[in-house]
Design a protein around this ligand. Sequence first.
Ligand SMILES: Nc1ncnc2c1ncn2[C@@H]1O[C@H](COP(=O)(O)OP(=O)(O)OP(=O)(O)O)[C@@H](O)[C@H]1O
Ligand SMILES: [Mg+2]
Length: 243
Amino acid sequence: MLLQLDSVYAGYGGGDVLRGVALTVEQGSITCIVGPNGAGKSTVMATISGLLKPRQGDIIFDGRSIRGLRPQQILARGLALVPQAHSLFPALTVRENVELGAYMLNDIALVRRRLAEVEALFPIVRERATEKAGSLSGGQQRQVEFARSLMLDPTLVMLDEPSMSLDPKTAKEMFKTVKTMNEAGRTILLVEQNVRSGLGVATHGVVMESGKVRLIGPAQDILSNPEISALYLGGSLEDTHAS
Ligand SMILES: Nc1ncnc2c1ncn2[C@@H]1O[C@H](COP(=O)(O)OP(=O)(O)OP(=O)(O)O)[C@@H](O)[C@H]1O
Ligand SMILES: [Mg+2]
């Protein structure tokens, strides 16, 4: 088990948003969290990455508790987050944005080597290196965000709604990239509105509702669970079939 949340309670000061979240992420998996708006999916990621401190419960990463550590310390342990909202600096160049992912490293040779590695995976980082990040399309910006998150060679990469505001074709390519990152050895924890695509690419699924985990298991089991799709996933299974 790479990551384990144990009865985690957390919120923003006005009461708990997460109310006893328990979940596990297996080493090497693509684990996808689904659930309605406001269920607490992004809050789970904020809590894991140290932006929010759990009020209660524990978070174990790679065999050690990361509870109460600062975001920078958690990042240094090998846990990277690509947030839900667009997170590039639009006025900085593509390369500058990617290099920001390595701001913690003092070893210039290492930064160069990492840059070469992410360029191999995301050629756009080299092709558009000196262009402003804000001039790229949504799908291209997402690739640059992924590239930046890999600069510290993380073990676990968290992606919060990576398909948001991408057209279906670009979203499909993005999901392929997620698979490629996973095959290259990263464990992936992903939040997706697009339930069929998210669980489709995932090995494991987590259904959240009202700050709790409702169901956790193999992604295919969750996808094919009629009660879950009717109760918690609304019409999204059907909707996404159509697209
Ligand atoms: N910065 C914040 N300050 C206060 N409350 C917040 C903040 N961010 C989220 N919340 C509240 O926490 C709850 C869970 O929000 P969260 O963003 O985790 O949901 P989500 O499952 O990611 O939803 P979505 O699918 O819309 O992204 C919501 O009720 C939301 O209003
Ligand atoms: Mg969210």
